[in-house]
Write a protein that binds this ligand. Structure first.
Ligand SMILES: [Zn+2]
Length: 428
């Protein structure tokens, strides 16, 4: 049941904007009230359930504790809702021989580009339409729920070395084909026609868009025992959803609970809706001030808080064991993974890892530890970026997956269930 919910969430969330909206919808169903950050926070009471969004692509939920944040701190789970993909450029249509139209795109984040070939893709994102005045246009979300495009490979007969490794050009090799125009009127309007018919609007209303490519094949489980997950965007939507499940499933406690879903992790987090933004800190600060009436409250709250920065980790790959640390290589199904890095690309240290490991023990969940092979650079994540603006105690963790940043990643069903249990324990 939990796994079916995850798969449905993955399918309904082809890009950041849709993920943020789906998370907000689940929060609303669970009794969370949307805050307008332009208005005063007002009175904040124990048990209040609040959320706020930024740029339609990040979501922050607050379940106010029985005690003020200054006294009991807050417990936060953060994750990110963006994933590597291709962004559709302005003036994207390129008319080719035979009336074939391909789309001009640019890369978002760091996808494994070859995995995007030869599979049905679709388009999703947001469309900005004319509103009451120039400064306040209207936003409509778009998710075309059918196969719409494909990035086709070159036949092996034209490139006999294709299986020896191919260098791919983002500008030449990765452009998807969208259709064949039937009449003159479609020329240059193919994409706009789709947008307008999907959203029931007229072309003259459309001011601009943030649209991306997405895998059109539904997420699924596989394996003899259905033990694996196969989906795009497990990094990091699986962690977003585990955090959401825990947030919704737990009652009011002494400490305030926070779920922070950031955008733009894949491009470095330095946007107003990313983990490098002061927005979350400002919202928490406003809540602490509303509760206690003193600026001191926020600084006290920070010192009593704990953060779990949840972003997927690398699972041991049976075909490439040489890429992994000899003694710390988490496996699929082995439970959530605590990530360590001597250069502090991860927020974890012995003190914060101990907290998370103990939470796992209390929840009867196994946990694993990940460190890079010392000759491999590895990636970074949210925890240390957030800690540089809010000096929080916290741990970097995530579920182990294979083929991170593939159009189709592989995860573990058991790990998802374990992590929801551990997060629920953390919020109890
Ligand atoms: Zn990630």
């Amino acid at each position: 049941m939990r796994v079916k919910r995850l798969l449905d969430f993955l399918d309904a969330s082809p890009v950041n904007f849709l993920a943020a909206q789906n998370i907000a919808t689940e929060l609303e169903k669970a009794g969370y009230r949307k805050l307008d950050p332009r208005e005063p926070i007002g009175i904040v009471k124990a048990g209040d359930k609040l959320y706020v969004t930024k740029n339609d692509s990040s979501v922050y939920a607050f379940h106010i504790g029985r005690q003020p944040m200054a006294e009991a701190g807050f417990r936060m789970i953060c994750a990110h809702c963006d994933s590597p993909t291709f962004r559709i450029k302005p003036n994207a249509e390129m008319l080719c021989e035979g009336g074939i139209v391909k789309l001009n795109t640019e890369v978002y984040g760091g996808p494994i580009m070859s995995t995007w070939f030869d599979r049905p893709l679709t388009i999703a994102g947001r469309v900005i339409v004319r509103g009451q005045d120039a400064l306040n246009p209207q936003t409509l979300l778009l998710h075309v729920k059918r196969p719409l495009l494909q990035i086709s490979n070159l036949a092996i007969h034209f490139n006999r070395q294709v299986n020896d490794g191919v260098k791919l050009s983002k500008q030449k090799d990765m452009l998807p084909i969208l259709g064949i125009i039937n009449d003159e009127l479609e020329k240059g309007n193919l994409l706009m026609n789709i947008i307008c018919s999907e959203l029931s609007i007229k072309p003259e209303q459309v001011l601009d868009f943030d649209l991306y490519l997405a895998d059109a094949t539904p997420a699924c489980t596989f394996g003899v025992h259905d033990e694996f997950l196969s989906s795009g965007r497990l990094d990091d939507l699986s962690m977003c959803f585990a955090g959401l499940e825990a947030m919704i499933d737990t009652d009011t406690t002494d400490a305030t609970k926070v779920l922070a879903i950031f955008d733009n992790e894949e491009t470095g987090s330095q946007t107003k809706q990313g983990a490098g933004s002061p927005f979350l800190a400002m919202m928490l600060q406003r809540i602490a001030l509303a509760q206690s009436g003193s600026a001191e409250a926020w600084y006290q709250a920070i010192e009593r808080a704990f953060m779990i920065s949840a972003d997927n980790a690398h699972a041991w790959h049976p075909n490439y064991s040489e890429k992994y640390d000899p003694t710390n290589h988490p496996v699929l199904g082995g439970g959530p993974v605590i990530k360590f890095n001597a250069a502090q690309k991860y927020a974890s240290d012995a003190a914060s890892a101990a907290v998370f490991a103990e939470i796992c023990r209390q929840a009867d969940v196994p946990c694993q530890r990940f460190v890079n092979h010392s000759d491999v650079a590895g990636g970074s994540t949210l925890g240390n970026i957030l800690a540089s603006s809010i000096p929080l105690r916290g741990v970097d963790m995530g579920n182990a997956i294979l083929a991170m940043h593939s159009c189709r990643e592989t995860g573990s069903v058991a790990d998802h269930l374990y992590t929801v249990k551990a997060f629920t324990q953390f919020f109890k």
